[in-house]
Each structure stands twice: as structure tokens, then as C-alpha cells.
Design a protein around this ligand. Structure first.
Ligand SMILES: [Zn+2]
Length: 159
């Protein structure tokens, strides 16, 4: 059975500790549906939220698991995109109940996706693999025997 995750990250301003507090959890907020980019699980977050007058500061770490397609060899591979230094500030006032971080956290994860993902730094890619498959031994051995026969005939003719 799949665990049901929150679909948002929010700071409850009414209950926020004036000394600041840590928000921790997992939220299903990266709803990408791309051919080569498949998020799975939720964004795991550990953020510190603190209000300073009319400003709320939120900073911390986000991570999200993805299945990506290697830009060199075309294979699927799993990787974790980590945002070490997520940091946002929000203007707040007494009428506000909460600040929703969902879209900022989602954007931070997506901005950290590699433009050219590779399954491994040492991935040889598709071209090298194609080259090793190329030599066709039969043709070369056939040519060898042909040359030897011709040489033999030449030797015959000369003597
Ligand atoms: Zn690869």
C-alpha cells in the first residue's frame, strides 16, 4: 500500500514559535509528467522557519528521487536531486494564517535537475558501444584466404 503524502508544504503562522522552528516531512509536490523525467516518492524537506517582524525566513534542505534517462546511453537510472540551500523570504502580516511554500520548493527542485543527466560520470555512451560491435570477422578472414590464394598463383606463374 502506498503511503499517502501531503500535497503541500506550509508554515502555520498562528502557531509558529517566535524563536523559530524546524519543519520536517515529505510532500508530494513535484507533479512533473515528462517523457524522460519521472519523480517518485515525495520531496523530503527539513526547513527552518522564523519570523522577523513582517518577514518570514525559510531555509533548509530539500530532496526528491527521480527516474531519469541518461543523455549518453539512453538507459533509465534513479537519482536523488538535492537542494542544500533552499532559502526564501515572505512578507507577512497579522491577518495571514499561513504561508504556502509548495511552488517555491517545487521550483527549487526542478531548477536543480541536470540538463544532460548521465547514469554515471564514466558512462561510455551509445557511440562507443556501437563501435565495439562493428568488426565483422568473417569478411576479414575471407579476404585473407583470397589474398593467399592469389599470391600462391603468382608464385606458380613466375617459376
Ligand atoms: Zn549512461
Amino acid at each position: 500500500m502506498e503511503e499517502l503524502l501531503d500535497d503541500r508544504i506550509a508554515v502555520d503562522l498562528a502557531r509558529l514559535d517566535p524563536e523559530g522552528e524546524i519543519l520536517e516531512g515529505e510532500a508530494d509536490i513535484v507533479d512533473l509528467d515528462e517523457k524522460y523525467v519521472h519523480p517518485f516518492g515525495g520531496v523530503r524537506y527539513r526547513l527552518r522557519a522564523q519570523a522577523f517582524g513582517t518577514e518570514l525566513l525559510v531555509s533548509g534542505r530539500l530532496e526528491q528521487d527521480f527516474e531519469l534517462v541518461c543523455s549518453r546511453c539512453g538507459k533509465d537510472f534513479d537519482t536523488t536531486i538535492v537542494v542544500e540551500d533552499f532559502s526564501e523570504s515572505y512578507e507577512i502580516n497579522e491577518k495571514m494564517q499561513e504561508i504556502v511554500l509548495t511552488s517555491d520548493a517545487r521550483d527549487a527542485i526542478i531548477l536543480n535537475l541536470p540538463s544532460y543527466p548521465v547514469c554515471d560520470e564514466a558512462c561510455p555512451g551509445i557511440e562507443l558501444k556501437a563501435k565495439t560491435r562493428m568488426p565483422a570477422d568473417d569478411r576479414w578472414s575471407a579476404l585473407d584466404s583470397f589474398v593467399t590464394e592469389e599470391e600462391r598463383n603468382q608464385e606458380h606463374g613466375e617459376s
